[in-house]
Structure formats: C-alpha cells, structure tokens
Design a protein around this ligand. Structure first.
Ligand code: PEP
Ligand code: MN
Length: 341
C-alpha cells in the first residue's frame, strides 16, 4: 500500500506513520515527489488497521496496491521515475539513445564507435565487457580490460557508459566503472544478481527475459527496488515466439502496456529485438511512437568484422541516419532528443 502524506505534513507526523508501519513489520520506502511525499509500505496487509492509519495526523489517504509488484506499480508513485545519470535524465521529456558495439573488442574499435555515436548525438555509450554467449566457445568479452576501455572512451567522448554484469562476481567491478549496470535478458530472473545490483544503488538497466511475461519482468524490477534502489530502467528487447524470420519478436505492445503498469522508464532495443540491420530503423521509430523513453542500438565501426551481433549492428553512417530520422518522430511523440550538455 502507499500512504500519501498531506502537503505540508511534518517530519514528526511522518515519523509516527513510519513507527506504526514498523510495528506491523512493514518495509518502508519513502518516495519524495515534487508535490507530495509518499510512503510505500510492503508487508502483510492482514496486520493493517486502515482506519487507524488514515486517521493519523498528516496522512491524506492510504491506497492499497493490488499488483504483486508494489514499489514498481504505477499507483505507488504519482510521478514517473526519472533516472539521472550525469547530465542526462532517463524517463523525462527527452528521448535518450544508448549506442555502441555489442562487445568491446579493442580500444581502437571502441573509440571509433564511441566517437561516431557521440558525434551523431547519442547520449550513452553501450558495450559489453562481459558477454553472455550461448556457446561457451564464443568470444566472452575482454572482461576487466574491456571495463577500463569503456572508462577511457567515456573520458574521451563524455558519454556515460552502460555495460552488463553477467554474474555476481562482476557486480562490484561493473558498479565501479560503469554509470549504468545492465542486466541481460538471460539473467532477468537471476534473483541473487538482481538483489546484488539493487544493493549497489547504481542505475540498473533491466532487460526483459527471452520468454518472460510483462508481470515477471516487473517482478524482477521489484527485486531491485526492494533493496532500496529506485534507479531502475526497463528495456524491451524482443521475446521468443514461433516466428523465426526475425531473431526475436519485438513486443512493442508490452511497452505501451508497461507504461500504464509502472512509473519506471522503458527503453527499447530494436537491434536484439529483430536481429536484422534493415529492421532497426523502422522498429526504432515504432518504439518511439509506442511510448519508449529511449533506445538502445548496436553500432560497430565495421559491422562485417564484428565478433558478435554484426548482422544487427549499424555502421556509423547508418546510425547517423537513424538519429536524423528519429528526431521528427520523437517530436511527434512529444519528446525532444536528449543532448549531452
Ligand atoms: C546486449 O545488450 O549486449 C545483450 C546481450 O542483450 P540481451 O541480454 O537483450 O540479449
Ligand atoms: Mn549483442
């Protein structure tokens, strides 16, 4: 449930509400909105005396949350979450674009990609240092060396960096080097990993699992928020269906739906969503119209030589064209493209 405090309620009144909730063994998350303070309380609602709670001084109203995800639910927060990363805000009225190679392959490759996407107007650099590959014999990433290269590319371009932690042992290292920790589709229900990235307090980009329902996806976001980390960004990246003509089926209806179910920002990854370079631009445009707060796009300076996901990676000129073509679409959707600085 959430307890909406009255405008002008005092610290003492808030304390009294918190004490009452703690006596009932509730976990408390205080959400400071621009207009109102809201206390989100998670626990066993059979213990709650709603009338008493609502009669406490300073309380405007008590709203039960019926969805199984409590902190993530749209009703838990009157305003949409905005995740601030350096100079950029995700989930506000600007569309963010995260772009870069599937994997960090070398300093030269990464810097060429980073400079290219920065010049074209991307607001984040993406790139995997740890890669979750289907085959144990495929390129697994440059690991710590890759993280250092990402940090160097950030220094050169000013772009904040998003990169994946594939397992628990990598969380602290990724949290130290990256601006946003990515949880990949294959790890969406790795609950220990979700808890660990929740505890870092860093922004987390949570990709939808390959065959996860929207509810399962939001429950996974709840794991991160339940650790006290409100900086969660969702990312739709396509799901498994009977269709094999595309790598995955990009589920844009889930984006429009999730916007109604949660206050968290939602990005779309049309690169993994389709697996085909030629489909990235049209699906990026469609994603914006479906309500996406941003895009994640794979870009490689020489896609034909990429060590992973070359077929879905855009070249730098193709990415430049994408940035030009999505600007008017974003405007139509009521958004401007985010810019650094
Ligand atoms: C990625 O973004 O590099 C990636 C591996 O994506 P996903 O987890 O969506 O497959
Ligand atoms: Mn990839």
């Amino acid at each position: 449930m959430i307890i909406v405090m009255k405008n002008g309620s005092t610290k003492d009144q808030e304390e009294q509400v918190n004490r009452t909730l703690k006596e009932w063994n509730f976990q408390i998350h205080v959400i400071e909105g621009v207009e109102k303070k809201v206390i989100a309380a998670v626990g066993d609602k059979r213990r709650v005396d709603f009338g008493f709670l609502e009669s406490l001084p300073g309380v405007e109203r008590v709203v039960p949350i019926l969805a199984p995800y409590k902190l993530v639910a749209a009703e838990a927060q009157p305003e949409r979450t905005k995740v601030r990363v350096g100079p950029v805000e995700i989930g506000g009225d600007r569309l963010v674009v995260m772009a870069g190679p599937c994997a960090v392959e070398s300093e030269e490759q990464l810097l060429r990609a980073a400079k290219g996407v920065a010049e074209a107007g991307a607001t984040f650099l993406r790139g995997g240092a740890f890669k979750p590959r289907t085959s144990p014999y495929a390129f697994q990433g440059l690991e710590d060396e890759g993280l250092a290269m990402l940090a160097r590319a950030r220094e050169v371009t000013g772009l904040p960096v998003v990169t994946e932690a594939v397992d628990l042992t990598q969380v602290d290292r990724v949290a130290k080097w990256a601006d946003i920790i990515q949880i990949g589709a294959r790890n969406m229900q790795n609950f220990g990993l979700l808890r660990a990235v929740g505890r870092t307090g860093k922004p987390v980009l949570l990709k939808r699992g390959l065959s996860a329902t929207v509810q399962e996806w939001l429950m996974s976001a709840e794991y991160i928020m339940a650790e006290g980390n409100p900086h969660v960004i969702l990312c739709e990246r396509g799901i498994r269906t009977f269709e094999t003509a595309t790598r995955n089926t990009l589920d844009l209806s889930a984006v429009a739906l999730a916007k109604t179910l949660t206050h968290l920002p939602i990005l779309v990854d049309p690169s993994h969503g389709t697996g085909k370079r030629a489909l990235v631009l049209p699906m990026a445009k469609a994603a914006i119209m479906a309500g996406a707060d941003g895009l994640m796009i794979e870009v490689h300076p020489e896609p034909e030589r990429a060590l992973s996901d070359g077929e879905q990676s855009l070249s730098i000129p193709e990415f430049q064209r994408l940035m030009e073509e999505i600007a008017p679409v974003a405007e139509l959707a009521g958004k401007l493209l985010a810019r650094l600085g």
